[in-house]
Design a protein around this ligand. Structure first.
Ligand code: FAD
Ligand code: NAI
Length: 476
């Protein structure tokens, strides 16, 4: 006999688990089916983000930043630490403890909200009257059959493979392996200087590895505002010490005791020899094994589930959210879609504003933005004005020892409405929220310029950039 539900969510990442909690809060009898098992073979909720993505990468970024600070920054404060050592095992254990704590927290929230927590791989099997039938398997054996009025597909994404290269997570690593190295490699190669490449490259560089990134695109961080991207390139190569090679064409990769990567740059053949190689060239949606073809769930040519603006798929009462659908592959975007779908099932009219999804790259300094870049505004023929300000003389940044970076505000030339906020600097992951709020409330740059910002604080640089947009900067 099948278990009966109003809503079954397939996937327990930040899209799926949030959708399940919200659906349960709205009174639906809800189950969440998730297939992930941690390296100990135990089910662990939270998806890519919690287990092998956002959270572990930020844990390692913090550990490595601390190690770097002890070695390079503490002396400036008059603090001397001789012979600082890094114990990679302890660092990795700390990361794993953070994951367990949060994964158990999701389990607790499921119990509290009465979400049925079902471990296994969920596949759509077809219709039984008005209900969808979902079969759950574990290690190939059927462990459960569920029936649900609504199905929310939140199966996430996996690393995009590089043809001809096998990821073994011993020598050739994807995000999972890059987050679990047992020692600092002497030479680390990274294919793809995107978000993962820069974050993971930074971690292992700060711990002592020589890091070379090989990037196919000629433009660094093509999605970012290019003024900020250029400053980021300079800082990450000169200060962090990452060797970033742009515009390369990867050739043969040979894996032995060492790994050799043949590549072509500016018409010349080159070879990179490393001890470990991270492949981070984007991600692909997880739809294999979901039963999409059998039930006629429409996928696009790249494998994403096709959905409308409300995340509804082409089948009745089938929804899809997060990395498995169009749009940025970001945890907060997945969660917002999860909430919106649950509320829409409940007959509400939620709205996800894709124009104000913030982006953050957690390098040092951090890079963050929301809204349009200057390049996008130019391409769209929008007349705009801009204001920039620097962290160089900001009192709080100086006190922190991170007085470096820029904030740029872009506003409509006529209405002054804020169209974009772009930054590189200390803790800009936190500052970007001011831009999100401002844009959601359709604020002008003058509004930000007239709002009191605490002194001394990093947010004063946002304030000053807004004043600069109005040609009345006080410290510029
Ligand atoms: P996922 O988190 O991928 O979860 C999907 C879940 O569904 C997984 O547990 C999977 O095992 C399970 N599943 C798949 N198929 C089935 C099935 N048939 N049945 C049952 N279960 C199934 N984003 C940010 O916003 N900020 C960051 O700092 C950030 N850092 C990142 C760092 C790294 C190294 C990586 C790889 C990603 C990072 N991301 C970050 C991206 C973020 O992890 C994803 O955007 C987010 O996890 C997507 O959420 P999701 O719920 O759509 O899918
Ligand atoms: P990415 O799309 O950010 O970067 C991939 C890079 O690889 C691109 O610059 C691309 O040009 C390059 N590339 C593609 N094919 C190549 C090839 N054959 N040779 C050399 N370079 C090649 O993808 P990444 O870094 O894998 O991360 C996946 C996604 O995960 C991100 O796009 C982001 O959505 C999410 N993420 C978010 C983070 C955050 O929010 N801080 C952190 C890490 C990941």
């Amino acid at each position: 006999m099948s278990q009966q539900f109003d809503v079954v969510v397939i996937g327990g990442g930040p899209g799926g688990y949030v959708a399940a909690i919200r659906a349960a809060q709205l009174g639906f009898n809800t189950a969440c089916v998730d297939a992930y098992k941690n390296p100990e073979g135990q089910p662990s909720l939270g998806g890519t983000c919690l287990n092998v993505g956002c959270i572990p990468s930020k844990a390692l970024l913090q550990s490595s930043e601390n190690f770097h600070a002890v070695q390079h920054d503490f002396a400036k404060h008059g603090i001397t630490v001789d012979n600082a050592q890094i114990d990679v095992g302890t660092m990795i254990k700390r990361k794993s403890d953070i994951i367990s704590k949060n994964a158990n927290g999701i389990g607790f929230l499921f119990k509290k909200n009465k979400v049925a927590n079902i471990h296994g791989l969920g596949a759509l099997k077809g219709r039984q009257g008005e209900k969808w039938v979902i079969e759950v398997t574990d290690n190939g054996a059927v462990v459960d059959t569920l029936e649900a009025t609504h199905v929310i597909v939140a199966t996430g994404s996996s690393p995009r493979p590089l043809p001809g290269v096998t990821v073994d997570n011993v020598k050739v690593l994807d995000n999972e392996g890059a987050l679990a190295l047992s020692e600092v490699p002497k030479r680390l190669g990274v294919i793809g200087a995107g978000v993962i490449g820069l974050e993971m490259g930074s971690v292992w560089k700060r711990l002592g590895a020589e890091v070379t990134l090989l990037e196919a695109a000629p433009t660094f961080l093509g999605a970012a505002d290019q003024q900020i991207a250029k400053e980021a390139f300079k800082t990450l190569t000169k200060d962090t010490g990452l060797d970033i090679q742009m515009g390369v064409k990867i050739g043969a990769i040979t894996v032995g005791d060492e790994i050799t990567v043949a590549y072509e740059k500016d018409g010349a053949n080159q070879t990179l020899t490393v001890d470990k190689l991270i492949v981070s060239i984007g991600r692909v949606p997880n739809t294999a094994g979901l039963g999409a073809e059998a039930v006629g769930l429409q996928l696009d040519e790249r494998g994403f589930v096709v959905v409308d603006d409300h995340c509804h798929a082409n089948l009745p009462n089938v929804w899809a959210i997060g990395d498995v659908v169009r749009g940025p592959m970001l945890a907060h975007k997945a969660s917002e879609e999860g909430v919106a779908v649950a509320e829409r099932i409940a007959g509400q009219k939620p709205h996800v504003d894709f124009n104000t999804v913030p982006w953050v790259i957690y390098t040092s300094p951090e890079i963050a933005w929301v809204g349009k870049t200057e390049e996008q505004l130019k391409a769209e023929g929008v007349e705009y004005k801009k204001g920039t300000s620097s962290f160089v003389a900001n009192g709080r940044a100086l006190g922190l020892g991170h007085a470096q970076g820029t904030v740029k505000i872009l506003a409509d030339a006529k209405t002054d409405r804020i169209l974009g906020l772009h930054m590189i600097g200390p803790m800009v992951s936190e500052l970007v929220s001011e831009g999100v709020v401002a844009m959601e409330f359709k604020a002008s740059s003058e509004d930000i310029g007239r709002i009191i910002h605490a002194h001394p604080s990093l947010s004063e640089v946002v304030h000053e950039a807004a004043l600069a947009a109005d040609k009345r900067a006080l410290h510029g």
